[in-house]
Design a binder for this molecule. Structure first.
Ligand code: RFL
Length: 387
């Protein structure tokens, strides 16, 4: 088995397979230090944690992660909190930075004798329609290499070799949501004990805890804004303004240690299997970070594929592999619809033309419904904390 990419998807898959004695190698373009330093997601759904627990991969997150159960909306109509865990039968998120999870998964895989070829970039997957697919690679020293295996798992993200190797006719559903966020990581303790979503006429602002010393913030900005365009002072002033710090209390400021610009985009490829090549995680579909689903889908899909591969390779039962694409697409579309709904809830057009006014009033009405309707809150909680 060849696994492309040592992100959450590739490493969960690799660990589960290795535990069952299935030989696999993970090819990773980046160096180990880079892979373990990529700060991205942080909110792990309860089902994600159960999957990791089931496979003995949850020790670190139980030791250092923090349980999370509340979100707070701040809008022109005031603020309200949802105890989504209470609404969703006690299901909670565990806040654990993605780079810590990746570091745990790398360590466990290597400790158990697994092989990760850091610095080895997959260039193309060939002969996926045969029983002997091959992966062409460029090794760290620039030399070409070749791997052959019964199956290849494309866990190498949206710009990886798996996507580039798909046959003509693969369907790509795509949406550019037309919204851009400046993603910030601040060396500052969280300012609220909840995820904060601020809807403001100047644009969206978000607050998400990562650790007791680090907080992720998002600020909606103009498309095309360079990541370093705003000074730290402007960032904090803008965050305080949009999060209505004057009414609800100041933010705990700190050094901004990482910035990225995220154009909110979604895509889903279909099908997720092409002969011996399977797409997993961001390679299978990209989801905007508005509902914190990407890493959770990656883990879920990896577990579904691992189960199917084990059945096929150890019991000659191909049913799971045949059903992989349809099974995962059901989960993916469920997450996509919620993420899309969240984008509509949190952003409005800035114009004063009739169309913009109409959309903003709809958004406001949606927030009112979420604030006042118990059944709407139940639906939200189930979608928000589930995968
Ligand atoms: P990854 O994590 O991108 O890992 C892919 C790995 O493949 C390697 N690679 C290659 N290796 C070999 N050959 C090639 N040709 C290769 N091309 C690439 C890469 O170096 C990398 O190591 O994909 P994976 O495993 O599918 O995991 C997906 C998640 O990383 C992603 O969905 C989340 O980070 C999305 N996301 C969030 N998801 C959540 O569930 N909750 C969150 O709170 C959350 N916040 C976020 C996010 C993504 C963000 N960015 C990237 C826009 C916040 C941000 C800012």
């Amino acid at each position: 088995m060849v696994v492309l990419g040592a992100g959450p998807a590739g490493l969960v898959l690799g660990n589960i397979l290795l535990d069952r004695g299935i030989a696999c190698v993970v090819l990773e373009r980046a160096e180990r230090t880079q892979v373990q330093a990529r700060a991205r997601a942080g909110f792990l759904a309860a089902e994600t944690v159960r999957i990791l627990e089931r496979h003995g991969l949850a020790e670190g997150l139980h030791k250092r992660g923090q349980l999370h159960s509340t979100c707070e909306f701040r809008t022109e109509d005031g603020r309200f909190r949802l105890d989504y865990s209470g609404l969703a039968q006690g299901e909670r998120h565990t806040v654990y930075p993605q780079q810590h999870l990746v570091a745990d998964l790398v360590t466990r895989f290597l400790d158990r004798g697994g092989e990760i070829r850091f610095g080895s970039e997959a260039v193309a997957v060939r002969d996926a329609d045969t029983e002997r697919p091959e992966v062409a690679v460029r090794e760290a020293d620039g030399r070409p290499g070749l791997w052959r295996a019964r199956y290849v798992a494309g866990c190498d993200g949206r710009h990886g070799a798996a996507r580039r190797s798909l046959p003509a006719g693969t369907v790509r559903h795509h949406r550019d949501h037309g919204v851009t966020w400046l993603g910030l990581l601040a060396e500052a303790p969280p300012s609220l004990d909840a995820v904060g979503y601020a809807v403001h006429e100047r644009g969206f602002a978000g607050h998400m805890a990562r650790t007791s010393e680090v907080t992720r913030y998002y600020l909606q900005c103009e498309r095309g804004t360079p990541a370093d365009a705003w000074s730290e002072e402007r960032i904090w002033d803008e965050l305080e303004l949009r999060m209505r710090a004057r009414e609800y209390g100041p933010l705990r400021r700190g050094r901004v240690v990482q910035r990225c610009v995220v154009d909110l985009e979604s895509d889903v490829l279909e099908p997720l299997r092409h002969g011996a090549l399977f797409l997993v995680g961001d390679a299978a579909g990209l989801i905007s970070p508005s509902a914190a689903k990407g890493a959770n889908l990656a883990v879920l899909e990896a577990a579904v594929l691992a189960r199917a591969l084990i059945d096929d390779l150890t019991a000659q039962d191909p049913e799971g592999l045949d059903a992989y694409s349809a099974r995962c697409l059901t989960h993916i579309w469920r997450a996509q619809q919620f993420s899309h709904w969240m984008i509509g809830l949190l952003h409005g057009p800035t114009g004063t033309d009739g169309d913009s006014l109409f959309h903003n009033s709809l958004r406001r009405s949606r927030l009112t419904s979420l604030r006042t309707s118990r059944s709407h809150q139940d639906w939200f909680a189930e979608q928000y904390v589930g995968v």
